[in-house]
Each structure stands twice: as C-alpha cells, then as structure tokens.
Design a protein around this ligand. Sequence first.
Ligand code: PRT
Ligand code: ZN
Length: 283
Amino acid sequence: MLKIAIQSKGRLNEKSVALLADAGITVGGTQRSLISRATGFPMEVLYLRDDDIPGAVASGVADLGIVGLNEVEEHQADVEVAMHLGFGKCRISLAVPKTELYQGLEWFSGRRVATSYPSILRRFFGEKGINAKIHFIAGSVEVAPAVGMADAIFDIVSSGGTLIQNGLKEVQEVFKSDAVLIANRGLSPQKRVELQKLMFRLESIIRSRGMKYVIMNLPAEAVDEAIALMPGMKSPTMIPLTEPGWYSFQVVIRESELWEKVEMLKDIGAEDILVLQLENVIR
Ligand code: PRT
Ligand code: ZN
C-alpha cells in the first residue's frame, strides 16, 4: 500500500487534503496522529512538517509526498517530481529596503541576507560570483532588516504584500515554486501501478479546475460563429430544441475567458446561458 506524506498544518495542508478529496480519497485533514488510513484509495497518510517531506520520500519512509518544489530544491532531495499540482504557487526572491538605490546583484557583495532557504541562495550567489553573508532564520524573515539582523532578505513572495508592509522591495526572483507530487525513486512495480492510478485521478481533477461547462440556447444562424468562438475540447455538442431553428449548444471553456465569451455569445443571439461547475475531465 502506498504511503503519502502531506503537510500536517500550514498553507499546503488544506489544499492537499482538498485535492485528494476531489479525487475521491478521504484523509483525516489536520490529524494529531502521525499516520492514518485513507478511504477511497488504498493509501496511508503520514502528516509531517513540510521541511521533512522531501527527505522522508527520498529515504523511503514515505513513497509519495505533496510539498512545495522550493522544499525539494532546498533539501536537494533525490526524488522524482511526478506532477505539478497547480496550487501553492509562489517565488523565492531577494528583497532590499525600498529606500536603497539598487542597480544590480553587486549590491549584495559583503551584505548580510536573512533567509530560510540558505542552500538555494548559496547556489545562486555561487553561480553569480557574489560574496554575501547568508544568515539562516527559521521564521519571520521579513522583519530581519528592520531589527538590524540583516541588510536584505531572500524569502517566499506570493502577492508581494508582506514585502510592502515591511518596507522592502523585490529586486531579483531566484526560484519559482508550486506544490508538487513527489515519489521515491525506488518504488516497487506494484507501487508504480498504484501511483499511475493516483496520478490519473489527480490529473483529471487538475484539468477540470478553472474550467466551466456552458449550455445555452442558440439560433441556427449563430452556430458557425459560436463554434469559431468556442472550439471546446473536441468540438461543441449541439442538440436541436423542439422549437425549429434553435439548438442547445454545450461546450467546456476556461473560467478566465467566461465573461468575455458570454458577452460575445449574447451579441450573436445566445439566450438562457447556464454555467455549470465541472467536477472531472477524464481522458
Ligand atoms: O510547519 P511547516 O514547516 O510544515 O510549515 P512552514 O511554516 O514552513 O510553511 P508554510 O505552511 O508557511 O508554507 C508551506 C509552503 O507553501 C511553502 O513551502 C511554499 O511552497 C508554499 N507557499 C505558497 C508559501 C506562500 N505561498 C507564501 N506566501 N509559503 C509561504 N508564504 C509566506 C512567505 O513566507 C511570506 O511570509 O507568505 C508571505 C508572503 O506572502 P505575500 O502574499 O504577502 O507575498
Ligand atoms: Zn517548514
């Protein structure tokens, strides 16, 4: 049976649990116990701190893990990145006090940089030939310059709000991250088969996220334009209505394009437009 490590609490916990739940796999959520049995898929769930997940998977304590790619990179864990999961997107960037005149990486020479990701930063500065002092701080890295512990920081940025609140500006993006499914390199053939089954489920869920199913009534003369506007997956579905000259036109579209397309559809004569949530796209 596969053993998967997920974050016990924190930013990725809820979304990991929700992704598995959408794939029909129920796990305990934030559990006090270290390990529990999932339902809906033969799998055990190990709840760990995110920092410990890459190592647990590399060593075989867990077969699989859901963790930020940043943690895999920081720990240089020898694991297989089986798939990107589409959530937990962020970047790790260098940031300096906003009042600094910053003209390039040379600025960092001889300066103190606080970070929870010393290994990624050391490699980056090494490649660029910058000789800076890297200070490891486990949390609240963003306050280090204000309290005089460092001249700059290297930290995770998502919206950028935390940097602004702390009077800092992002000057160099170094690493892009999102949540990934990682796997031990030495999985048995049987566990590989189970992993393929799990990935098949997860892929269909991830594909359906951000997609909508749209159904509308369309006059016959608007059909060609509607197909050009929304080619759908293979092609749209059309079912004649009992009223002559009208069709029910059905298609999958990206949520990000929804309103723009809906306006265009109304312009060409579409009526009664229904927008439905897509649960799964199985291919
Ligand atoms: O307890 P444990 O060790 O398991 O958790 P943790 O505290 O080390 O990590 P946690 O739960 O904070 O984050 C887990 C993972 O989420 C990270 O390793 C990233 O892969 C991912 N992630 C995505 C983020 C963010 N977005 C994020 N915004 N992790 C942290 N942040 C923090 C960042 O450190 C900074 O303080 O949010 C702040 C910046 O956010 P913005 O939106 O203000 O720019
Ligand atoms: Zn952590």
